[in-house]
Write a protein that binds this ligand. Sequence first.
Ligand SMILES: [Zn+2]
Length: 253
Amino acid sequence: MEKPLYPSPYMRITQGYMVGTHRDSYAIDDAGKDSSISSIKAPFTGVIKKIYKEDANEVWLESIDKVLYPDGTEDFMTIMFTHDNNVDDLFIGKVIPKGSDFYQEGTKGNASGNHCHIECGQGKFTGTGWHKNNAGYWSINNGKKPEECLWIDDSITVLNNGGYQFKKIELEKPKEEIKPTSPPIEEQSKEEPKEEIKPASPPIKEQSKEEPVKDNDITFEQTNNKMPKLIFTCSKDDIYAIKLKSGQKLYLD
Ligand SMILES: [Zn+2]
């Protein structure tokens, strides 16, 4: 289950929720690394449900599947992004892979400098996606605090967290199992394979994240259509026995 990641690689929250233009909403503004325009990454694999070009190019992204919230909630998530100057590359129904740069900071609508206005909502896109709140601003339906929706990890540089504590995803250390009797093993074990970012729109097949298959002291990793990965270097001429599963490929160099 995906953990929605904070969408700006440089977290610089310039306005928090429930204040100023964010009264009666859990909206935050993120201005990124500097005053220029930075890209915003998809926090999860999602589908675009609505684009509202008449105002600030608001875009609603709904998760394809349920996601894991930092507070333990397992549910769909919908996030509204605002102020991109040009969203002509987006369309309703477009599938956005997690981690891809799909939105930009900007100044479209009521924005004084380049930033992205972000509002998280729990559950799927509902109704028109938003409602006019008690302060007179249009706010996402089922709004929820961003720190209860979004995770951070080592890829995110926190310049200003706005006073909010975001829960961090700790990457698990690779397990090393080297047995003295076995041939030398070069193990490259990663907990989560880096997802290839493709801008194309066809539905994404869930990548299998199975544990490496271990057999006969030689570790194999699922390569998921990527380039074959070096997992074993033969140190001397010898006869090796390996067990392959049906459909598995063996590359020799
Ligand atoms: Zn805002």
